[in-house]
Ligand binder design. Structure first.
Ligand code: AMP
Length: 399
């Protein structure tokens, strides 16, 4: 059974065709610069061989049409008939308060996703465009929406209500939603598989540390709190995003520093985080190298990143009354042994001890906690596309 996973950004489109019998990725690709000149489609086959196709795609529908043609192509293709695609799973960033699970897409669902545009003005519109394009091109194929926010809908109100006027929640939906839900769900379920334990009996803290970064407290298999908030700008410091700061800084920038609203958004989203502090880069490889070479601001940026993660982990351990396992995932979490070690420094009081040798092992799934650690610490590569494909099948089996 083959599932096509689609992830549309404002000018990009990522796709993966997955054979669900053995979770094998049959092919995958990325289209960039949709609607801009010099669009480029890079397609990789089963053997990771790359094919670059230069063609101008004026919109997402053109790009998806091309992707479907490639899937059917004699040389590059992997299917001989479009009906071999059992269903399409779409990544959708915001499912508002209505969707706590993935859902079969119909006109009503699209209407609601359009309502959610105000909550995710950058992300939801391209997601919806991708869904509409696929529906037009594959009229007989079921489409499923899988939301970044859905996993966090299990948070209790004490976690998601902000201490501001309650009417702002009631009338405008201003509350914590949380993001990266597909990733937190995937790695926590994977942990259960690896340990052969029911995660319903566990307290887990999942650290998704990539360009965007968030931490999630998972109790009885459900998200009970997460660091991102109303938008993905909140929480710990990130590559270019500030994370939590005093909200008055926003008005100070406008009133005292002469920033426009756009410049303020741009500053906090794109010029802050470790890039803002270091002035060098948002990439942890650059920062780690610079810090080793004695660059003080690179070191400060990294130390602030670790400091905030440590604080978040400790807070979630307190909220859950302990922690059984900590997971590191995404670009930084999976690759930076320096980050993992630094984030867990001084955590012995919680029963966390990592083994330096194990922490340096590179591989798929690695347990990096030492024998004497009460808390298990794992590196688990995330696989949001596989999770989307699995959810897609689950929705169809249940409907
Ligand atoms: P993601 O958003 O999950 O793709 O993560 C991207 C980020 O992972 C990059 O910006 C880097 O900061 C980080 N990263 C990737 N590889 C490494 C590595 N070997 N060491 C440290 N950081 C890395």
């Amino acid at each position: 059974m083959k599932i096509l996973v689609i992830n549309c950004g404002s000018s990009s489109l990522k796709y993966k065709l997955i054979e669900m019998n053995d979770d094998k990725v049959l092919c995958q690709g990325l289209v960039e610069r949709i609607g801009i000149e010099n669009s480029l489609l890079v397609h990789k086959n089963l053997f990771q061989e790359k094919y670059s196709i230069k063609e101008n795609f004026s919109n997402h529908k053109d790009a998806i049409d091309k992707v479907l043609k490639i899937l059917l192509d004699e040389k590059l293709g992997v299917i001989s008939n479009i009906n071999e695609i059992y269903a399409v799973g779409h990544r959708v960033v915001h499912g508002g308060e209505k969707y706590s699970n993935s859902v079969l897409i119909d006109d009503e669902v699209i209407r609601y996703l359009e309502e959610c545009i105000k909550l995710a003005p950058i992300h939801n519109p391209p997601n919806i465009i991708g869904i509409k394009a696929c529906r037009e091109l594959m009229q007989d194929t079921p489409m499923i929406a899988v939301f970044d926010t859905a996993f966090h809908q299990s948070m209790p109100d004490i976690a998601y209500i902000y201490p501001i006027e309650y009417s702002l929640y009631e009338e405008h939906g201003i509350r914590k939603y949380g993001f990266h839900g597909t990733s937190h769900k995937y790695v926590s379920q994977k942990l259960g598989e690896v340990l052969d334990r029911d995660i319903e009996d566990m307290k887990i803290i999942s650290c998704h540390l990539g360009n965007g970064a968030s931490i999630c407290a998972i109790k009885e298999g459900k998200s009970i709190d997460t660091s991102m908030g109303f938008t993905p700008l909140a929480g710990i410091a990130m590559g270019t995003r500030s994370g939590n700061i005093d909200p008055s800084i926003y008005t100070f920038l406008i009133e005292e520093c002469g920033y426009t609203v756009e410049e303020t958004n741009e500053s906090l989203n794109k010029k802050s985080g470790v890039l803002g502090i270091s002035g060098i880069s948002s990439d942890f490889r650059d920062l780690e190298k610079a810090a080793l070479e004695g660059n003080k601001r690179a070191k400060l940026a990294l130390d602030i990143f670790y400091y905030r993660i440590r604080g978040q982990i400790a807070a979630y351990a307190a909220h859950m009354g302990g922690v059984d396992a900590i997971i590191f995932t995404a670009g930084i979490g999976e690759n930076s042994s320096i980050t993992r070690k630094a984030c867990l420094k001084g955590m012995e009081f919680l029963g966390v001890k990592i083994d330096e040798e194990l922490n340096n092992i590179r591989g798929e799934i690695v347990e990096i906690s030492g024998d004497t650690s009460k808390v298990k610490v794992f590196v688990i590569p995330t696989n949001e596309e596989l999770m989307i494909a699995k959810e897609t099948i689950e929705v169809l089996n249940c409907s």
